[in-house]
Design a protein around this ligand. Sequence first.
Ligand code: OFO
Length: 173
Amino acid sequence: MISGKIEAALNRQIDLEGFSSMYYLCMASWCEVKGYNGIAQFLYNHSDEERMHMLKLFRYINDRGGHAIVPGLESPPKDFQSIQEIFEIVHSHEVKVSNEINALVELCMQEKDYTTHNFLQWYVTEQIEEESLARNILDKLKLIGEDKGGMYLFDRDLGTMAAPGAGSAHGKK
Ligand code: OFO
């Protein structure tokens, strides 16, 4: 059984993962409208993954005698300046998510809830992957700069990475 404090904290995390899913969906839509179909697919997959992160929390809270709550929908920004801006936002958003996960882990230690602490290790590992993926993409975008040909290839590469069965972070479904 989880405590009310842990249940509330996990429900806040549900909210954040749900928001992440919507945020990446907004980015995917913007990219698709601008003709970046590969990047859009990558972000659609990323959005699906965030929903999966949210659902994992639902199951856990309910299995442990709590009540997982569907978050209210806060509409994320729908307009972006550039692909660079999008991935800067992705990176800083993932850093924020990592900080929240770390705070949750810390709370579990304080509350001596070792079961939830154990459950959260999956998220700790996932955040390492998510942050490093966003950082790698940002590095590539820095190299590309204003080069249109480079951006064309980048879009194609992310599309390949996101293709079903590609096995990469956001290719997996
Ligand atoms: Fe759920 O990992 Fe990104 O936000």
